[in-house]
Design a binder for this molecule. Structure first.
Ligand code: SF4
Length: 286
């Protein structure tokens, strides 16, 4: 399979089965999204969403937050990872927002990165979510999933992943592709136990193909008809996997549990193409 075929297959699958995908963070305006994204660093969106209602009630505007000290912000975010640093960043961010940007979140993504607590990924998230900018924010899910699927190869840094994805995904799809990969990593291709048997993009996944090849090698090298019945065990295992691969996938539906905030369209049930119909895996050509 060529790299292009892999990208095309993955993009086509997500386009059909997850036509709407959105951020799971709760917010009502750019300032609130900026606060939520700063808080979400190394923390779950769920935890952030539990925290922000009280925080936003106490500090509803950049001006209100700018008038607060980190010590005053801290109690509202104490259950979030790195609360001390984040309280300092929120106070500093709000002050700079008021002093240098008239209390408005800047639409210039480079300028936004001057705000305390705001790096490239955060600025790109706001750009993609708020203004549909053709950028690819790379968080831990996007980084991991891209490498597993084979959208990137040997990527060492988020920036490398960002560049590769931006080169290979049509620009107009970048804002939604960011959500596709995040939601896929969060609900299907989890770090420790990816749900490959229920994954809709398995036919284009490099790891899935590599795992199947390893299984085939293992089966081929096993002695036939061993006394302990290991040949029968292997057959049973393969049968189970085949039937898993053929069943209705939950990839789209799982990912779109975010879809609770996203859309009903993203909940569409789909059928995973049987592994046998997947393009033949071969060396990358590009
Ligand atoms: S097949 Fe497995 S490793 Fe590949 S994307 Fe799906 S869940 Fe992740």
């Amino acid at each position: 399979m060529t790299l292009r075929q892999r990208y095309d297959g993955v993009i086509a699958w997500f386009s059909e089965h997850m036509p709407v995908a959105e951020s799971e963070l709760h917010y009502e305006n750019p300032f609130q999204l900026l606060v939520a994204v700063i808080l979400s660093a190394q923390c779950t969106d769920k935890r952030v969403n539990m925290t922000t209602p009280a925080l936003f009630a106490a500090f509803p505007t950049p001006e209100a937050m700018a008038a607060a000290t980190p010590e005053e912000i801290f109690p509202y975010i104490r259950s979030i990872s790195y609360p001390n640093n984040k309280a300092k960043n929120l106070a500093g961010m709000a002050r700079m927002l008021c002093a240098e940007f008239g209390g408005e979140v800047p639409t210039d993504l480079e300028a936004m990165q001057r705000l305390p607590g705001v790096g490239r990924k955060t600025a790109n998230v706001l750009g993609a979510v708020l203004w549909q900018r053709e950028v690819m924010p790379v968080d831990t899910h996007v980084f991991r999933v891209s490498e597993r699927i084979g959208l990137t190869t040997g990527s060492k840094t988020p920036l490398q992943t960002e560049r590769t994805l931006e080169r290979n995904i049509p620009s107009h799809l970048l804002p939604i592709a960011h959500h596709w990969l995040i939601l896929h990593g969060r609900y299907v291709c989890m770090a420790r136990s990816p749900r490959c048997g229920e994954c809709g993009i398995a036919p284009w996944c490099r790891k899935y193909a590599a795992d199947r090849r390893a299984e085939a090698r293992e089966a081929a090298s096993a002695p036939a008809g061993t006394a302990d019945g290991s040949d029968m065990k292997s057959a049973a295992k393969a049968g189970t996997k085949a039937s898993r691969a053929g069943k209705t996938t939950t990839a789209g539906t799982s990912a779109s549990r975010a879809g609770k905030t996203s859309s009903a369209g993203a909940r569409k049930k789909t059928t995973l193409a049987p592994a046998a119909s997947a393009p033949v895996e071969g060396p990358e050509r590009s």
